[in-house]
Design a protein around this ligand. Sequence first.
Ligand code: ADP
Length: 576
Amino acid sequence: AQEDRTSRLYDGNLLAAKAFARAGVAHMFGVVGIPVTYLATSAMKEGIRFIAFHNEQSAGYAASAAGYLTGKPGILLTVSGPGAVHGLAGLSNGMINTWPIVMVSGSSVQADVGKGDFQELDQLEIVKPFVKYAGKAKSIREIPTVISEALSASISGRPGGSYVDIPSDVLHETIHEGEAEPLLAAVKEIVPSWSVGSNPGELKVSENKVSEAVSMLRQAEKPLIVFGKGAAYAHAEAAIKRLVESTNIPFLATPMGKGILPDSHPLSTTAARSTAIGESDVVLVVGARLNWLLHFGEPPRWSKSVKFILVDISKDEIEFRKPALGLIGDARVVVQQIANAVKDDPFTLGDEHPWLQKLKKKSSDNIQKMANSLAKVVVPFNFLTPLRIIRDAIAAEGSPAPILVSEGANTMDIGRSVLEQTEPRTRLDAGTWGTMGVGLGYAIAASVTSPERLVVAVEGDSGFGFSGMEVETLVRYNLPVVIIIFNNGGVYGGDRRPAEDIVGPHKNDPAPTSFVPGARYDILMEAFGGKGYLAGTPEELQSALRDSFSARKPAVINVTIDPYAGSESGRMGHRN
Ligand code: ADP
């Protein structure tokens, strides 16, 4: 065909931006610099919101959380070499949490590879353990295909990481609009799995398997339903509610599964977790791995004879765990199938059922114990007193419920049993790896992708410190995020080292677990024009929460916690 010399020229940056926009990408997170600055500005011209961070680590965590919250891959843009290395934090975190994320990095001029070019690195090689797909656009014409394949791979089957490599020379190459448009037309729009019609064949399981699952649950004496963040990602909440409420089977949510059904639901067994886990005989596990968080599904925490029915999109996961029954499919679709089968041939545990009675008794005892502890007002603050005040302030927000970001050893561990989730996908925490430093990135992603919700991050001072500078990012984009820092002056707590414990020439150095006592994180926030509060009493905290929640503007509440409250490694001291 004759070339149209009057048509516009697209360079690689613009073509990439257009490919992302065509696929329906709404946000990008990243750090610009050589050679990707114009990729970011081109994306903005195409209507994509680019959120510019200080560090790719935090931007990557944001992209991974955006993937989880929206069901579309979160996009992380980095420069080459060191930028890509920093980005691995977010890419690996997405992969391990099974959240869809696509890292896009610029790379060295192809002709100079191997000569020690500026920020040269074999990025395709370093991303390997953390991706399902990695592709390099070796010429401008390959950009749309590589982007399209990366996006699809990250959300197909078990979600995870993808990588797109675009060399500098390719970003600067140009083609005419007339040639570019057909290439762009081939880019598929990305749709979250939950928005696909209700019963697409490949996401379902056979009716035989459904009957087998139903009959196992029906015959169980102590059935239990466990759901995790895979079920939240799949938007399985309506189906799970139907199944739980029609059968009266008690349930247990994993930390990020919290909110699929409200924590206050009468069939929640969170407060009787050990009994539920220790005694259940048939357990339907939906979108949650039997990993360390669920004690591997093995004795002594689980009973020897327990039978698992696992619902997971990943065939590998099911083959690896070897459950009594494996249902490979989408959580929402498969639980709908099970709930439908139960509807056709109903069964339900009566309220007097001994299993329910036992769990209810245990739960109400534990809830009472916790209520007693929470009723004590402790100043200087322990963890419970401020957590109770924060719980009440969040509850007062009603619906749409705020998104809670939670990290820190004690702050997250204790917070998990005090702070309540009422809606699905409103909790983001340290996740499968127990990653610390995710908080600011998660909070930014939550706010950008769910603008209708207030975002409240409850963090230890150590978790906050990983990426504290991103408070400037909050102010720059004017995001309604309230960061509440539990400031006890260190990792786990303040300097609690007995003097005789450490010898040698550096014995007068601060303990490796300690930070400057009384650090003024609230003033750090004010340096950028955000609002800062210092709170050491219940009245100060209540007033700061009232003020910052209603202002819907970036804020830091620096909560002074007794440095001797809490314990080392949170509840995992035995592993340290
Ligand atoms: P949690 O940390 O809440 O226990 P995990 O991250 O361990 O949850 O497990 C989530 C599981 O959900 C993964 O094994 C993943 O393969 C699975 N998963 C992801 N998406 C879906 C989906 N749409 N349907 C079913 N399972 C899914």
